[in-house]
Design a binder for this molecule. Sequence first.
Ligand code: PMP
Length: 443
Amino acid sequence: RSNNLQGYAPICLGFEDFYKRRLYLRIQDCFGRPISSAPDAWLDVIERNSNDNNKTLKRTSNISRCLNLGSYNYLGFAASDEYCTPRVIESLKKFSPSTCSSRADGGTIMMHNELEKYVANFVGKPAAIVFGMGYVTNSAILPVLISKGGLIISDSLNHSSIVNGARGSGATIRVFQHNTPSHLEEVLREQIAEGQPRTHRPWKKIIVVVEGIYSMEGDLCKLPEIIAICKKYKAYSYLDEAHSIGAVGKTGRGVCELLGVDPADVDILMGTFTKSFGSCGGYIAGSKELIQYLKHTSPAHLYATSMSPPAVQQIISAIKVILGEDGSCRGAQKLAQIRENSNFFRSELQSMGFEVLGDNDSPVMPIMLYNPGKIPAFSRECLKQNVAVVMSAFPATPLLLARARICISASHTKEDLIKGLEVISRVGDLVGIKYFPAQPKEQ
Ligand code: PMP
């Protein structure tokens, strides 16, 4: 099994264009399907029928109750929760959905400060700052951290929000091969002479940006090696834990905990609340000086309306459940369940003969289709059999590396997972994407 997708084949523009115009229009119904329920283990999907001629794309309002294998609801907090939901409703009544003001003006409520303390404590940093959107956390904070004269070294498969932030910063950008520490070191060596102090280098500052779990690949960052290289070359490290915080590690503290890295050794920890915590927003955690600096200089803190109070309450409550501060052991159970569910689903898919990307423990598991022409059959057949899957395709992935991205939740029961596997197996046979021989089950 090769999970190595480095060196994506360059594809000429005309070919891309052909696919975008001719193919995408015919498979639009496979993307952005509206839903009409919470994104729990099961959800209601509003079916959109597409016939062959896009001009007569019909929209119907049939609702299918589907097993949800697409949302980032890793710990199951996206649904009604006995601890979180009553508190969120209370905060909505007390504060309304919006503060109608930025943090620097009248938009800071005590809950924002409390959340920042909780987040800092949870991720193991002295301080944290929160923002209303995860995407903005990367795209608006990188430009505050670095500018012209600085160097960003970015993993080749980093998320769009990082790419946006890096470009917006005006710093020079170099890309290293996806999750390949040796190539990161090569790039660093090219840029600076080893052992020189920070003050004697051609760059004002160097930031290496990586993700904890890569959203399109499902693999875990080779963090220990990458942090060692950052230290050796005196570059700052920036880790986006959108998909890993809350989802992996014995107590949910992300890839640092899972891979045995001291959070103190990562300079900047970033994460989002839209996955494991079932809410909205993002955070940056770091030293007190860094967070103070961001509070004084970051436009997203100074000029954007602060995080919605019910969203803040949801995160605080979810963290309390994870830490067991709600007085139950549900948090620990959820963490054990997401791990068990993810590892079971991944190994079953692999033994069926699918090419599944990513690592054990990761709840993100892309099943490779390769040919984008296989997207409609895969997606529509799954939907017909009441399984909702997310298709990841160009431009989010290279053109000929289309995939179905499965996201597993702690709220999936064993029966749910078995149903999902049966449907995916049947559809996989139909579409012809079992690229490996099936492995016999161990007795
Ligand atoms: N970083 C990564 C790695 C992501 O995958 C995402 C979105 N899935 C974001 C940042 C943006 O976060 P949000 O969706 O919370 O805005």
